[in-house]
Write a protein that binds this ligand. Sequence first.
Ligand code: DX5
Ligand code: ZN
Length: 222
Amino acid sequence: MVKIAPSLLSADFANLERDIQRCEAAGADLLHVDVMDGHFVPNITIGPLIVKAIRPVTGLPLDVHLMIEAPDRYIPAFAEAGADWISVHAEACPHLHRSLSLIHDCGARAGLALNPLTPLDVVYDAAEYCDFILLMSVNPGFGGQRFIDSFLRRAPKLRRFLDDNNLQHVDIEVDGGVKIDNVGAIAAAGARVLVSGSGVFRGKLEDNISALRQAAIAGLSE
Ligand code: DX5
Ligand code: ZN
């Protein structure tokens, strides 16, 4: 129904294996891996080597979010390292069809990511080539930022478009500022893949993961 995707950006990097296994035991559905290059976004994080290192320590799918320029240069390396889902940013891809096709050719699920105010128009043509659409709800680059509420108006519009165009299988993923107190409204707006970094790793992650799931499901039934 909803998938909880802890963002490893907020994990303890000196104890990644421990944190990943705790997430898995606590019922996380997938693990979100934030890749930043210091160009598309101001921060630098994880490369294929880390993805390769964590691949054998978990059975969960790895959802690799590429916040990098020229992602086509690195998609094969991330897929080879074990990424199951790969998303690229519309703002970084002049040849979007090529990028999405490359992800599929490498055997991964393809996602298109949009910054909080990037017009949805790009999705209307691209959605049929995607497995999921990642709507950012913060400006990408850092964990622990405040949720930008444009998401709550964009997601229902996008969901309607997907449902009206035989694209019911394309999920909406939300990323940024997702917390227990807003996840109900976020799920009700149409998000089914819920990324949360600080919302999972601040405090006891086992409690946070189950509270996030419960609050999301409660939001769906309201
Ligand atoms: C931000 C990243 C997010 C980040 C979310 O650029 O894409 O995945 O880790 O962190 P929180 O949930 O703390 O906003
Ligand atoms: Zn992310």
